[in-house]
Design a protein around this ligand. Structure first.
Ligand code: KG4
Ligand code: ZN
Length: 339
């Protein structure tokens, strides 16, 4: 089954052709990072305009790279929530028109389900159940994935997302946008114990995350430090360590509670070297397999959207005709709202 995936929820216009949910025939990503860098973050209106310009060439190239004609596609998949509403609208409108003109069904995909499905691209033999840590620029949560189309939330952030914590410190340090890769690079070779931070805990015993206190502590401490390269390296390493410690702490507590047989990670922050090394080492020690998607599938892409759509398409849980046209782009995740 050949699925064309389309992703436009934030600052990447992406399209990909994926066979049977696991084999990537093509993946094209047009990144807007250079455009948003001057502003230190994504400017929604500029993002939407750029998606309008890029969507057609990106989709056309994805098909050409895969070496297939549109009529060979079995279904179209598109991210419909959550994200920047103007950005989402471009992908959703394009996908609806494309699917209808081609006479193919449309599978609406939630962005975070796409991130989770990135694991199937890198590990074709991975099957639920597993526990997944989702760490991106806008979301941080732990989900128990019980089936390809079923998961429930175990923990979530009460304030900032992990990616946001990286981005905000990087911004304060003038390291540029996006901050995660910049801090990851700057921290290399630094002493992760040079500047200890306190780990947040909730009195109700939940495994929820919190990163805003860490960010405040870091910004206050920054003012008291000398401005030299070694200090910067140690400070970034320590800050990164504090984020990784909290993520790992919650993951293993959740694994214990859920008796999860395996762990996977997803989202842009899953590309972080320290996080990957830490979870792999912990998993080895505890005898629990840890699946790490290749870094190229961690950050936003459309192959993960097609991969997430596949189990729904196989069960023909898709939209056609008038119901296809009724699909709306949503800024918020409908599932998160229900909780
Ligand atoms: O999943 P993603 O591409 O977009 C969202 O859905 O948000 O995640 C982007 C986030 C940004 O906050 C970025 O700083 C972070 O992922 N990120 C990283 C790394 N690469 C990307 N954070 C830490 N280390 C990295 N290597
Ligand atoms: Zn994302």
């Amino acid at each position: 089954m050949l699925i064309l995936g389309i992703e436009s929820s934030c600052d990447e216009t992406a399209a990909a052709v994926v066979a049977d949910g696991r084999h990537v025939l093509s993946s094209v990503i047009h990144s807007q990072i250079d455009m948003h860098r001057d502003f230190g973050g994504v400017v929604p209106e500029l993002a939407a305009r750029s998606h309008v310009e890029q969507i057609e060439p990106v989709v056309t190239r994805a098909l050409a790279d895969a070496g297939i004609e549109p009529r060979q596609l079995d279904a179209i998949a598109v991210t419909y929530a959550p994200g920047l509403i103007g950005a989402l609208l471009v992908g959703v409108s394009y996908a609806k028109a494309y699917a209808d003109a081609l006479g193919r069904p449309l599978v609406p995909v939630r962005h975070l389900d796409g991130h989770v499905a990135a694991n199937y691209l890198s590990h074709p033999r991975l099957e639920p159940p597993f526990l997944c840590l989702i760490v991106s620029g806008g979301h941080t949560s732990i989900k128990m994935v019980t089936a390809y189309t079923r998961s429930h939330s175990i923990a979530r952030t009460r304030d900032d997302a992990a990616g946001e914590a990286f981005d905000k410190l990087a911004r304060a340090l003038g390291l540029g946008y996006p901050g995660g890769p910049a801090i990851d690079r700057t921290a290399r070779g630094g002493d992760p114990h040079a500047y200890p931070f306190t780990m947040p805990r909730f009195s109700d015993g939940s495994f929820d995350f919190s990163f805003s206190g860490l960010k405040t502590q870091a910004l206050q401490r920054l003012n008291t430090l000398p401005d030299d390269e070694n200090t910067l390296r140690d400070f970034c390493a320590s800050y990164q360590q504090a984020i990784v410690d909290q993520l790992a702490d919650r993951v293993w507590a959740a694994v214990h509670q859920e008796s999860a047989p395996a762990v996977a990670i997803a989202g842009g922050v899953a590309a972080n070297r320290a996080l990957r090394e830490r979870l792999s080492a912990d998993g080895e020690r505890l005898g629990i397999p840890v699946y790490l998607p290749e870094p190229r599938w961690c950050t936003d892409n459309a192959a993960m959207i097609a991969a997430a759509a596949y189990p729904y398409a196989r069960e023909e849980r898709w939209l056609q005709g008038p119901e296809l046209w009724a699909l709306d782009a949503l800024a918020r995740d409908p599932e998160e709202e229900a909780v």
